[in-house]
Design a protein around this ligand. Structure first.
Ligand code: SAH
Ligand code: SF4
Ligand code: F3S
Length: 433
């Protein structure tokens, strides 16, 4: 049996796609290995979102080159967003790439592998499809606590900094009945939590079903205890979904709401289609409807022409909203994007570095403050496993925060109540009740 080694980079959508790829290859009789040296096929499922994502993969390919020298029959492939973004350039690289396949091309992989294995010819397949949703490929997953589930593919928002619309093509939603069937299979496998994925889940629409309908249908599946989703877009967060979150116990009270920047002029240049004031209003509104909501965000510093004063607006929004956590990035110019064509990447690296440091520091302060509010509270925790310290276990609360408690031998996938007595920026610590 030929064995495949797959390594995944980038977002949860890529994690999900790796499971799709595995399922497609498994049907063709391929097996899998965690050790590159044992593999006859090596695939890297890649990300293009920032330059360091590309760098990582280039370095990895260079590091794997010696295996190719040892075994000329080894097939090396680049999948995912970087494949779509760089195309043929990857085949021409000196690192011995044989296959390049974009995110909508995975059903072609068996054919591509057969060609490369049979003739030794390199192959690439990139056409972005407007229809491919892999709805007929239910990923075979090992049991676990959380399962990712893509409910839509692509993105039509064209934020000017972002490469995703070019690497993943037009937005399309999957049939909700088909999604619910997949949720049932996950419940049968013992998964307790599902996370519904889309680049902008607010615009999920399939015939008369919107995203809130889909969540409600998924929540009816017995065995699934928690439903999360990522990411909604601040421009059109559905009111109906907020009420569903407030009322339905299975829908976790946690929203990842990407701010990107706090200044309205910068937001306009980013094509985010909301202003600073609108974002603040939305965050306030969410908090009045879904009490105890955990809010997280994404922030980009140093977008073209962003001044120090404008950057202060980002810090100001952070101070007003007090996010529970944030992912922060330095602007990284991406090929093909509107920003790369229209704007000069003119904020100096030192300035980006200074802004990101200040953003991270402020966020750490807020994360700690938010966590301190939880002192003395008791949370229902879904157990994920052992903590770093072997005498402790860990899991997550409804708000997706990591909760650590003494090792009581709680089963992975079970629920325990933990009363919090100590907190840090990233963790809540307590005792079981
Ligand atoms: N669809 C998701 C985002 C996917 S990309 C959403 O809209 O929430 C994840 C994050 O990467 C983005 O939210 C953004 O903060 C960051 N990002 C995207 N392109 C970037 C770029 N060119 N430079 C720096 N950060 C970027
Ligand atoms: Fe990129 Fe914007 Fe689409 Fe998110 S919504 S994937 S940031 S274009
Ligand atoms: Fe995800 Fe990276 Fe592609 S963030 S959608 S894998 S560019």
């Amino acid at each position: 049996m030929k064995k495949v080694f797959i390594e995944t980079y980038g977002c949860q959508m890529n994690e999900y796609d790796t499971e799709i790829v595995k399922t497609i290859l498994q049907k063709q009789g391929y097996g899998f290995t965690d050790v590159p040296d044992d593999a006859q096929v090596i695939f890297l499922n890649t990300c293009s979102v920032r330059e360091n994502a590309h760098k990582k993969v280039h370095n990895r390919l260079a590091a794997l080159k010696h295996l190719k020298r040892k075994n000329n029959d080894l097939v090396m492939g680049v999948l995912g967003c970087m494949a779509q973004n760089l195309r043929k350039e990857l085949l021409d690289e000196k690192v011995g790439v044989d296959i390049v396949a974009g995110p909508d091309a995975y059903k072609k992989l068996p054919e591509m592998l057969a060609k490369v294995e049979g003739t030794g010819e390199k192959d690439f397949y990139l056409t972005l499809s407007e229809f491919e949703t892999y709805s007929d490929v239910f990923p075979t997953r090992e049991g676990g606590v959380n399962a990712w589930l893509a409910v839509m593919r692509g993105c039509d928002n064209f934020c000017t900094f972002c490469v995703v619309p070019y690497t993943r093509g037009r937005e399309r939603s999957r049939d909700p009945l088909n999604i619910v069937e997949e949720v049932k299979k996950l419940a049968d496998k013992g998964f307790k939590q599902i996370t519904l994925l889309g680049q902008n889940v607010n615009s999920y629409q399939y015939e008369k079903y919107d995203f809130a309908d889909l969540i409600e249908m998924s929540a009816k599946v017995d065995g699934i205890e928690r439903i999360r989703f990522t990411s909604p877009h601040p421009k059109d967060f559905p009111e109906k979904l907020l009420y569903l979150m407030a009322e339905n116990e299975k829908v976790c009270k946690q929203i990842h709401l990407p701010l990107q920047a706090g200044n309205s002029r910068v937001l306009d240049m980013m094509n985010r289609t909301y202003t600073k004031e609108e974002f603040l209003k939305l965050a306030g509104h969410i908090r009045t409807i879904v009490l105890d909501i955990a809010l997280s965000t994404d922030i980009i510093v140093g977008f073209p022409t962003e001044t120090e004063e404008e950057f202060q607006d980002t810090l100001d929004v952070m101070k007003q909203v007090k996010f529970d956590s944030a992912f922060t990035f330095k602007y990284s110019e991406r090929k093909q994007t509107i920003a790369s064509r229209k704007f000069l990447d003119d904020v100096p690296e030192e300035e980006k570095a200074s802004r990101i440091t200040r953003t991270i520091e402020l966020q750490r302060k807020h994360s700690l403050e938010q966590n301190q509010k939880h002192l003395g509270e008791t949370f229902r925790v879904l157990v994920e496993g052992k903590s770093k310290k072997h005498d402790q276990q860990m899991g997550r609360n409804d708000g997706n925060k990591v909760v650590v408690f003494p090792n009581i031998g709680a089963e992975v996938g079970s629920f325990v109540d933990v009363k919090i007595n100590t907190v840090s920026t990233n963790t809540l610590i307590g005792n079981t009740e």
